[in-house]
Design a protein. Structure first.
Length: 201
């Protein structure tokens, strides 16, 4: 268990991201893979928590000194790390034959009960809504072009993850990414299901 330096809530380490403490600017950097050495701090992957840590001294307590942390820079670095992680998971899963894409293949994967998580690009259209209804867990993030690059295609709108471990990690990463948005476009319930939302998570 770890304490978020923003909201001060105690929660499982898996629900937080680690920030490695530096001596100089930018003073903290995201450590999404938890591989950087030295002192660290933990924060929930929500823009509100980063802003609260900046306003209420969370970064200063973690740094154990007075320093001005540029929240937007740190959020941008974290977002880049998480997006690279997501694309690596999807691309690696596809090459390992644990992910299929395309509407017909995804539908067959769901009906055959092989699908653990449905992945959906934010700008996907077509029969996307039908597939979401059929799926218990949905990860929504990225454009069709972004997702397509992971598969070596121009565009991919939907994909089915047939491995529980990969699926769980994709849900975790996309939930972290959703929390960094200026306005929360998606929410994730306790079961890891993605939902469109108009307000806060």
């Amino acid at each position: 268990m770890r304490t978020c330096i923003g909201c001060r809530q105690v929660m499982p380490q898996s629900e937080l991201v680690r920030l490695a403490v530096l001596e100089g600017a930018p003073h903290v950097v995201p450590d999404a893979k938890k591989k950087l050495g030295g002192r660290g701090a933990w924060i929930e992957s929500k823009r509100t928590c980063f802003e609260r840590a900046s306003r209420k001294g969370g970064f200063q307590r973690a740094l154990k000194r007075s320093a001005q942390v540029d929240v937007e820079v740190v959020i941008g670095l974290l977002q880049s790390q998480l997006e690279r992680r997501l694309m690596s998971l999807v691309g690696g899963g596809y090459r390992a034959r644990k992910i299929v894409f395309g509407t017909d293949q995804v539908r067959e994967s769901i009906h055959a009960r092989r699908s653990k998580v449905l992945g959906v690009a934010e700008d996907a259209a077509g029969r996307r809504a039908q597939l979401e209804v059929l799926s218990e867990r949905v990860a929504i993030y990225g454009s069709k072009t972004d997702i397509g690059a992971a598969f070596g295609r121009d565009e991919v709108g939907v994909y089915s993850i047939e491995d529980e471990g990969i699926g769980a990690e994709v849900l975790r990463v996309t939930a972290h990414l959703a929390g960094l948005r200026t306005t929360d476009d998606f929410t994730y319930d306790d079961g890891g299901v993605g939902h469109r939302a108009a307000g806060d998570r």
